[in-house]
Design a protein around this ligand. Structure first.
Ligand code: CMC
Length: 392
């Protein structure tokens, strides 16, 4: 064990080579398969980006049509899954519901447990995941609010179908607002991959034992849930609301975040890799202004967020530590303007990250990577004799 280097949190440990996402944290650069995130966010669509991440190239027209047709064909889920959903109390957090429903796919498609199944069969799992995740996500929400679930509408694009399943009620007409669908599509693109983050590393490490793709993705969803990772988008809005309820004194909260005896952190700030502006945060900040203006929404927490950002960027504590707003800082404000409830924000992140998780799992298996198994340095008791219970 003398040869083992301990690196808690793997801050300086490379776990793999990867050809999927390039990230330069010093300069604030992010590219998927070589394409700039700024270009993809402006010009592409989420399904196209999913194809790019998973298969390595942007699809041509016929590849794209085939892929979106396949994804659309598999949006329905087995009716018995509704029984699983019914078993959850209505106050269940939708992230727990989502990871459970995704994991239940291992039971509905037991072929997926075979580590040696054909590439076509693996591809079918990939398509099913992309197709069914929006259905599960919307159903998790319906379970929470006690409304009947909506079935997918395959005449709609990916995001419009999701929004309709989320918000349509049987007694009312529901037309998807194209501004909302476009804004959601852009947010999903921005979340689609981020190399070896906590949830992606989880997906790869679970998959490295040759566990099924569905089980690996389910584990990734759970890793994403925590407030230091994807759960931060929910925590940011809760923090902004708390500042508002407290009278709007941003300085007070900044001081709390700087106080090492206080566990409070400025949510949506700081990043393991970015020591500069998170390029996604830049795009999302601008999108927040655009989307709220287009929808005619005036959200006072947007002003609080901007004031907080400005104060932090000029505060020596944050400057010295190179803490900048990350992807989660402004995304929740947009989700909220789109009508998405706070506890669904991390589900939105999961929906966006899905193609990245899939691409990373596929790369790991295709490269035949060994099982993930870190080492440790033991610090416990030396060898000692067993003492029977009546002598302890
Ligand atoms: N507020 C106050 N202080 C902070 C913050 C923050 N948000 N983030 C980091 N610091 C301080 C930290 O206390 C430490 O100070 P010191 O050197 O005096 O001990 C220093 O900055 C370095 O931080 P760290 O915790 O060692 O850095 P890390 O790479 O282990 O953690 C992080 C990265 C993202 C978990 C952390 O910055 C954090 O907790 N941020 C708030 C939660 C958040 O927004 N998470 C979303 C991350 S981005 C998207 C995603 O993954 O979902």
């Amino acid at each position: 064990s003398g040869l083992i280097t301990i690196d808690p949190g793997y801050k300086n440990t490379g776990s793999t080579k990867s050809a999927i996402t390039f990230l330069d944290g010093e300069q604030g650069i992010l590219r998927y398969r070589g394409y700039r995130i700024e270009d993809l966010a402006e010009k592409s669509t989420f399904l196209e980006v999913a194809y790019l991440l998973i298969y390595g190239e942007l699809p041509n027209q016929s590849e794209y049509e085939k892929f979106s047709r396949e994804v659309t064909t598999h949006t329905l889920v087995h009716e018995d899954i509704k029984k699983i959903l019914d078993g959850f109390p209505s106050n269940a957090h939708p992230m727990g519901v989502l990871s459970s429903l995704i994991c239940s796919l291992t039971a509905f498609y037991p072929n997926s447990l075979d580590p040696n199944r054909s590439a076509e069969d693996v591809n079918l799992s990939i398509v099913r995941l992309l197709a069914k995740m929006p259905t599960f996500a919307a159903w998790a929400y319906k379970n929470e609010v006690g409304h009947p679930v909506n079935y997918p509408d395959n005449s709609l694009d990916y995001c419009s179908n999701f929004l309709k399943m989320m918000f349509a009620l049987p007694a009312e007409n529901y037309d998807v607002d194209p501004v909302v669908a476009k804004a959601l599509d852009q947010l999903l693109i921005l979340h689609a991959d981020h190399e070896q983050n906590c949830s992606t590393s989880t997906v790869r490490i679970v998959g490295s034992s040759h566990a099924s793709l569905y089980a690996s993705i389910s584990a990734g969803i759970n890793a994403l849930w925590g407030p230091l990772h994807g759960g931060a988008n929910q925590s940011v809005i809760e923090m902004l609301e708390a500042i508002k309820a407290d009278g709007g004194d941003t300085k007070k909260f900044l001081d709390k975040a700087k106080d090492k005896n206080d566990p409070f952190r400025l949510m949506g700030f700081g990043h393991r890799v970015y020591k500069n502006f998170d390029p996604r945060a830049k795009i999302i900040k601008k999108a927040a202004d655009d989307v709220l203006a287009k929808l005619g929404v005036n959200d006072p927490v947007l002003d609080i967020a901007k004031e907080l950002e400005e104060a932090a960027l000029n505060d020596p504590y944050f400057v010295e530590r190179k803490l900048y707003p990350n992807v989660d800082f402004y995304s929740g404000i947009i989700y909220r303007a789109l009508g998405i409830p706070t506890d669904m924000f991390t589900v939105m992140f999961a929906l966006g990250r899905l193609p990245g998780w899939i691409a990373q799992w596929k790369e790991m298996r295709e490269n035949n990577e060994p099982i993930g198994r870190p080492r440790q340095v033991y610090t416990g008791a030396n060898e000692r004799d067993y003492v029977s219970i009546n002598k302890r």
